[in-house]
Write a protein that binds this ligand. Structure first.
Ligand code: 5GP
Ligand code: ZN
Length: 138
């Protein structure tokens, strides 16, 4: 896509600090890094979100994510690591080209995800699980 910033990076049309690349994935430093070592793992084809990944690309992206996470851990030795991925504006996605954040974490680094726990009753969990099982195609 011509006006997609990550497609431009994949094509080499704009610069990025690349840490890993193969035929399906490129990983580079996030320009707005939350902490030193914050890396984005990006699918090379223009796929907007997780729903657009086929099984092969999903496998390649997560294999690369785990590999990059191990390298970031070895390079920066953070006491924690967040692997974060957003789909759609309400989930916080700002670049509509699939990517995974690998974010080294330190206590008090200010990165916060509010997690409003609802503790629904078991019947509700069972009903929701049944709904998702029925929607699974493979
Ligand atoms: P999202 O909010 O979609 O989960 O994450 C998009 C990320 O892409 C942001 O953290 C932002 O800093 C990063 N980003 C946006 N434009 C560029 C760019 O041109 N180069 C790099 N390296 N990162 C970018
Ligand atoms: Zn794109």
């Amino acid at each position: 896509m011509t006006d997609c910033v990550f497609c431009k990076i994949v094509a080499g049309a704009i610069p990025a600090s690349v840490v890993y690349e193969d035929e399906s994935v490129v990983a580079f430093m996030d320009i707005g890094a939350v902490n030193p070592g914050h890396t984005l793992v990006v699918a090379k084809p223009h796929v907007a979100d997780v729903f657009g990944l086929d099984d092969a690309l999903a496998a390649r992206v997560f294999q690369a994510t785990a590999r990059v996470a191990r390298a970031v851990q070895a390079a920066f030795s953070p006491p924690g690591m967040s692997v974060y991925q957003a789909n759609g504006a309400p989930a916080g996605q700002t670049v509509m080209h699939f990517h995974v954040h690998v974010v080294p974490r330190w206590p008090g680094d200010g990165m916060d995800l509010v997690w409003p726990v609802k503790n629904p009753p078991r019947e509700e969990l069972a009903a929701n699980a049944a709904k998702i099982r029925a929607a699974l195609t493979h």
